[in-house]
Write a protein that binds this ligand. Structure first.
Ligand SMILES: C[S@@+](CC[C@H](N)C(=O)[O-])C[C@H]1O[C@@H](n2cnc3c(N)ncnc32)[C@H](O)[C@@H]1O
Length: 312
């Protein structure tokens, strides 16, 4: 085991052993720094331009999305291309939830937990700066980053709100073509960036986040128009924050359709069928886990949910 992995909490490692099929490559990836990646901001630039501007940072297009680039050299955060919003510094796995959600120009999209705006700005660009993205977050401190990023990326279709996500949807039910619930979580999947996330790690924290996430997932579903789709995502591994939340949603809304999560060229794993003796609803099998060793990214979890046309 690498030195960094040996510093992870023992209880965390035991849980990972129980939930990850090939533990050694997993923990080896979790112990290495993540690859540097950027997203081409197609509101302001195209891939060929960015490949030219950043050529001395050794940019390599990733094969699962034309606008995702890995950089062989550090320093993009000090480059004019970053300050002008021509590229957005974003971890590769974080680009997947908006791609799975698949927002289209002209739609109404709610990003319920939006700060600091990586996925908001990606959605705005996918929508070609048309339609409406409501980017909401509860945290005043994190909202500053969101405002700055939306401004720098040149997004003209984004409205920013600061509310508890559950309260926001109470005033605005059944209105959205698509909803992203990129939920607050224990961030276990981001240890490659900073092992300090595990300083706050505890089973109590997992239980608290699980409760919060269930409320936000239900709110996200209520915000959907009949026929609308929602992605629930986290950057954590804990089944209580992932499969268990989707299981809760599926049982609360039996009519909800759990659609297969897919992204061609990007490897994703089956979710857990059960955890701690509890079997999850069958539709949960359509969710996907992103493990760090498969695409050299951070870890993520995704569910894709559709509210049927004939919804109650
Ligand atoms: C995983 S982060 C979102 C990252 C963001 N989607 C991105 O891609 O940049 C989760 C966010 O949820 C926010 N949050 C926590 N509780 C919330 C609540 N009750 N309602 C809305 N947002 C909340 C946090 O402030 C945090 O910014």
């Amino acid at each position: 085991m690498t030195r960094r992995a040996a510093e992870f909490p023992g209880r965390f490692l035991d849980r990972c052993r129980a939930m990850v099929p090939d533990f050694e490559p997993f923990i080896d990836s979790m112990s290495r720094p993540p690859r540097r990646t950027v997203r081409v901001n197609t509101i302001k630039a195209n891939r060929e331009q960015v490949l030219g501007w950043l050529r001395n940072l050794d940019p390599q297009p990733l094969d699962w999305w034309e606008n995702a680039l890995a950089l062989g050299q550090p320093g993009v955060g000090k480059r004019l291309e970053h300050f002008l919003g021509l590229v957005y510094v974003q971890e590769a796995a974080s680009m997947v939830p908006p791609l799975v959600l698949g927002a289209e120009p002209g739609e109404t999209v709610l990003d319920l937990c939006a700060a600091p705006g990586s996925k908001t700005t990606q959605l705005a660009a996918m929508m070609e700066n048309t339609g409406l993205v409501v980017a909401n977050d509860y945290s005043q401190a994190r909202l500053r980053g969101l405002v700055g990023n939306v401004d720098r990326a040149g997004c003209l279709n984004v409205v920013i709100t600061r509310m508890d996500g559950v309260a926001l949807v109470r005033n605005w039910p059944g209105s959205c073509d698509r909803v992203l619930v990129d939920a607050p979580c224990t961030c276990e999947g981001t240890v490659r960036r900073s092992a300090r996330v595990l300083d706050q790690w505890s089973l109590d924290a997992i239980a608290r986040f699980s409760q919060l996430q269930k409320g936000l997932a239900v709110a996200g579903y209520h915000a959907l128009k009949p026929g609308g789709t929602m992605v629930y995502s986290t950057c954590t591994l804990a089944p209580e924050e992932n499969e268990e939340v989707v299981d809760y949603l599926a049982r609360r809304f039996p009519e909800a359709e759990l659609l297969p999560v897919e992204l061609p060229g990007f490897r994703m794993r089956q979710p857990l069928a059960e955890w701690n003796g509890r079997r999850f609803a069958t539709g949960v099998a359509n969710c996907r886990r992103i493990l760090p060793q498969d695409n050299d990214t951070e870890a993520f979890f995704l569910a894709l949910i559709r509210r049927p046309i004939e919804a109650r």
